[in-house]
Design a protein. Structure first.
Length: 296
């Protein structure tokens, strides 16, 4: 039985192939067949002592079932160690019951995954009140990596007068860290949310943006409302140009046209989720975290 292999779901093949090449390990695409009633049949590739499962967990429900079925087949086939690389990690936003009767999805999904694998590696997980990702996955190893080094590398050479902009106070720590790496000014907005698709954003000193390029940075974009509202506020503040960088691009690809109409000149995302806007690979973030799995 070989040492280490990467196995991935079909939609993540390009990223998994690139990662396998950098680690110098073989890869295999997991076969997924859907029966007429919606059930899945999963077929894994050759089993290794250590299997890295590369599964970005956007549109997660089917992927979670496929992950559990793949883990069962790999364990039964003799795999000693399963490492889940989920650059985007689903069901993290609901970390408490905000209303009576609500499920705490972070707790439920964390226990489900922890029972199937030995280690979880993710990137900029959507954690609020959870300060240590290891508490999400009881009894196993877990790391939450930062995409900021990869983003900073991709933005080298950016106009020195640019302002790095976060849409809300929550984004301040990592927007500030990115601005510091690039030697740029930064600002964050004050966001008021009236619903899943209704937000208002205001900036404390709109004069900061007049005549200067603005770089909007957000961790997750799904409905696109926050990004669009922030862009309109920056346009009203007379920013010279507006570009957007996103860690996790969960929005439909056709929404890029809406962003352009809102005044956003370009939209780039990391490779955490396969998406047409991908322009910033996370390989150099993931490879160091996986090197020990190859040498085991």
């Amino acid at each position: 039985m070989s040492g280490t292999v990467i196995q991935c779901l079909p939609e993540a093949t390009a990223d998994a192939v690139r990662l396998a090449d950098k680690l110098g390990v073989p890869f295999h695409v997991i076969g997924v067949h859907r029966f007429p009633d919606g059930e899945l049949r999963v077929t894994v590739g050759p089993v290794a002592q250590t299997t890295i499962l590369y599964v970005p967990l956007d549109h997660p429900n089917d992927k979670l079932i496929a992950l559990l079925l793949a883990a069962e087949a790999l364990r039964r086939g003799g795999a000693n160690r399963l490492v889940l690389v989920a650059p985007y990690l689903c069901y993290m936003r609901q970390d408490k019951a905000f209303h009576d009767g609500e499920a705490i999805s972070q707790r439920a999904i964390g226990k489900l995954i922890a029972a199937a694998v030995d280690r979880v590696i993710t990137v900029d997980a959507h954690l609020h009140r959870t300060h240590d990702i290891r508490t999400v996955f009881p009894g196993i190893e877990a790391e939450d990596l930062s995409a900021m080094p990869a983003i900073a590398t991709a933005l080298r050479g950016i106009d020195w007068s640019s302002v790095v902009v976060g849409p809300d106070e929550e984004s301040e720590p990592w927007v500030g860290a990115l601005a510091d790496k690039l030697g740029l000014a930064f600002a964050v907005g004050r966001k008021t949310r009236a619903g899943d698709r209704s937000v208002e954003i205001a900036f404390g000193d709109p004069k900061l943006f007049k005549g200067r390029p603005a770089l909007l940075v957000d961790d997750i974009v799904s409905s696109g409302g926050t990004l669009t509202v922030a862009a309109k506020a920056l346009h009203a503040a007379h920013a010279a140009t507006i570009d957007a960088v996103i860690v996790h691009a969960l929005f439909p690809s056709e929404m890029i046209k809406d962003f352009h109409h809102a005044g956003i000149r370009s939209v780039r995302s990391t490779s955490s989720v396969p998406h047409p806007s991908n322009a910033i690979p996370l390989d150099d973030v993931l490879v160091p975290a996986l090197t020990k799995e190859v040498s085991l």
